[in-house]
Design a protein around this ligand. Structure first.
Ligand SMILES: Cc1cc2nc3c(=O)[nH]c(=O)nc-3n(C[C@H](O)[C@H](O)[C@H](O)COP(=O)(O)OP(=O)(O)OC[C@H]3O[C@@H](n4cnc5c(N)ncnc54)[C@H](O)[C@@H]3O)c2cc1C
Length: 421
């Protein structure tokens, strides 16, 4: 890290009222200030695209020293990628893009004074605020499941230490064991991901623990990409993966940590390793700041991504009610760019563009078998609607699927370079 980067990436302690903490553009302040909360996919993209306009002062607040991508973390669980290869620092955003990165967590937002409070007591004034805090878990909906239980029955739905716990459990599981995945009800982060996880863990089991089984205890009766997954499971892993929908077992209502059991409305399932993915809501800072509605998610204007509940605060990524857009990294990235241009237009008078909203995902069924989708969206009637959709089909040749898997790796490099600079 250069001296310059060190100056740009700082940890704020307590008691400091940041210079120019007045709510609106202060005398002597040359450029409007945009503060971005959350250095994950949505926040890092928004900060980068705002800073690249060269007309705004951009500050990014993120408590973690680096970001581990959830996408491709299922490949890590299968032993096909290292966690280091999924980890990105914020140095390039500071050094190449001139963003001030503060390593701290936002604790409160005063929407009237336009000030963000940080852990330790510092305060930061803004002209516009962008929140991309990702998800929080509704722990209260699964009896016995909390942060401590997640150390034993990991969710691994934020990549990093949780992914590590789950990987180690899978490695030490005896052949013949049962791996249970409790999949949540909609809406949740990345709808195909629990089933991609089942596929890639099955790939790992097929190599190293062929007598083992995977049980998917689902809170739903259907799931994203179902035909493609079920086709792949019968081709690659016959008899290894069993999907139990809510109509047969009911929703997951509790866990018993000591026996590694998942309790649904009708049965108790004992597992050797249990991956409990709880129901979700917007990241806690959004809730605390009064930016969520009764659904637990944040309503936004679909053109500018400004909150419909608080002025001058924009939200992007998994935390929002995104209409037809899935909660995905690609969606977060696309929303963040639209949001950045809308903020620039309102603060600096730069041209307004209609938002270009897009999602494209690659989903692995095996290391050389992946499917894809590509969807365009547009704002319509206060929400975001699908305009055009392409999705892979059952019956595509092995060559087509191999090419998709190969393209996915290229996509990962290009996409993370776009987000983290
Ligand atoms: C297993 C799995 C596989 C996936 N695969 C794909 C895929 O193939 N393709 C795809 O497009 N998507 C995929 N996703 C989804 C994707 O990872 C998320 O949709 C994406 O990360 C959402 O971005 P975000 O910015 O909303 O949240 P995040 O990326 O989670 O970022 C939120 C950030 O906010 C920070 N934060 C929270 N609270 C505060 C606070 N108070 N102050 C400061 N910072 C705060 C957090 O530390 C975090 O860094 C996958 C997800 C999972 C779980």
């Amino acid at each position: 890290m250069t001296d310059w980067t060190r100056r740009r990436i700082c940890c704020l302690g307590g008691g400091i009222l940041m210079a120019a903490a007045a709510p609106h553009i202060a005398r002597g302040q040359s450029r409007p200030r945009v503060v971005v909360i959350g250095g994950g996919i949505g926040g890092a993209t928004a900060a980068r695209y705002l800073a690249d306009l060269k007309t705004l002062d951009v500050t990014l607040i993120e408590p973690k020293p680096n970001h581990v991508t959830c996408f491709f973390s299922n490949l890590y669980l299968a032993g096909l990628r290292s966690l280091a290869s999924l980890t990105f620092g914020f140095e390039a955003l500071a050094e190449r893009h001139g963003i001030t990165v503060i390593r701290n967590a936002a604790t409160a937002i005063d929407a009237t004074a336009r000030v963000v409070s940080l852990q330790g007591g510092s305060r930061l004034a803004y002209d516009r605020l962008v929140l991309a805090p990702g998800i929080a878990f509704k722990f209260g909906e699964i009896d016995g499941y909390d942060d401590a239980a997640a150390e034993v029955m990991p969710h691994a739905w934020n990549a990093g230490p949780q992914s590590d716990v789950l990987r180690r459990q899978l490695e030490s599981m005896e052949d013949g064991g049962v791996f249970a995945i409790a999949a949540p009800q909609n809406p949740f982060r990345c709808p195909p991901a629990p089933y991609e996880r089942a596929s890639l863990v099955a790939y790992y089991f097929k190599q190293f623990k062929p007598k083992s089984k995977i049980l998917i205890l689902d809170a739903k009766d259907q799931f994203s990409g179902q035909e493609l997954f079920q086709d792949a499971w019968s081709r690659h892993y016959p008899g290894m993966i069993e999907w139990l929908p809510a109509q047969f077992i009911g929703k997951t209502k509790g866990v018993h940590v000591a026996t590694c059991s998942v309790i649904t409305e009708s049965q108790t399932f004992k597992a050797a390793v249990a991956n409990v993915i709880p129901p979700q809501k917007a990241g806690l800072i959004a809730e605390r700041a009064g930016l969520t509605d009764s659904t637990g998610w944040c309503p936004v204007d679909p053109v500018t991504f400004e909150s419909t509940l608080q002025p001058a605060i924009h939200l992007v990524g998994d935390a929002i009610i995104g209409g037809d857009m899935p909660k995905s990294a690609f969606s977060a990235n696309s929303q963040a760019k639209a949001c950045a241009f809308a903020i620039a237009a309102s603060l600096t008078g730069s041209p307004r563009f209609p938002p270009h909203l897009f999602n494209s995902c690659y989903t692995f069924l095996a290391p050389d078998d992946a499917f894809t989708n590509a969807i365009t969206f547009a704002p319509e009637g206060g929400s975001i609607k699908t305009v055009k959709m392409f999705i892979s089909k059952v019956g595509e040749s092995a060559e087509v699927r191999r090419r998709m898997a190969h393209q996915a790796v290229g996509w990962y490099s290009a996409f993370t370079a776009d987000v983290f600079g």
